[in-house]
Design a protein around this ligand. Structure first.
Ligand code: THU
Length: 138
């Protein structure tokens, strides 16, 4: 169980990360913050490309940065979309990538600028994940 205050500060880190977004095409900034098992926080922002399909989402950026830094165990995730009032959840591709490193019970919070915040889990974002235990079966 993750402390509410911890999720508040993780969301604040995600909000800060959104300020570094490179989003000249969509003008839609996204920031993601991952709380690692060792207590450190790794962030990511979306990085767009004029060849739109090459755009990298904030969530995948945060995950690959963390893994590149030798971190593989994560406790929580927060996502901030300061250009929307309503909370905007991670895209399908990000849900798949996040689930590679985060167990189904990992808490996830996402929020826009409004009062509504979504508190959910990786398992709720990617249900019926039949391949989740593939590594263990090898
Ligand atoms: N985006 C993310 O960074 N994460 C998501 O999960 C959804 C979409 C970015 C991609 C693009 O730069 C912008 O938001 C608009 O889709």
């Amino acid at each position: 169980m993750i402390d509410k205050t911890l999720m508040d500060s993780l969301l604040a880190e995600a909000r800060k990360a959104a300020d570094t977004a490179y989003a000249p095409y969509s003008k839609f900034r996204v920031g993601a913050a991952i709380l690692c098992e060792d207590g450190s926080v790794v962030t990511g922002c979306n990085v767009e490309n004029r060849s739109f399909g090459m755009t990298i989402c904030a969530e995948r950026n945060a995950v690959t940065t963390a893994v590149s830094g030798g971190k593989l165990a994560f406790k929580a995730l927060a996502i901030s979309t300061p250009d929307s009032v309503e909370p905007v959840g991670p895209c399908g591709a990000c849900r798949q990538v996040l689930s590679e490193f985060m167990p189904p019970d990992t808490p996830v919070r996402f929020a826009g600028t409004g009062a509504d915040q979504v508190n959910t889990t990786i398992g709720e974002l990617l249900p019926w994940d039949s391949l989740h235990d593939l590594k263990k079966q090898a």
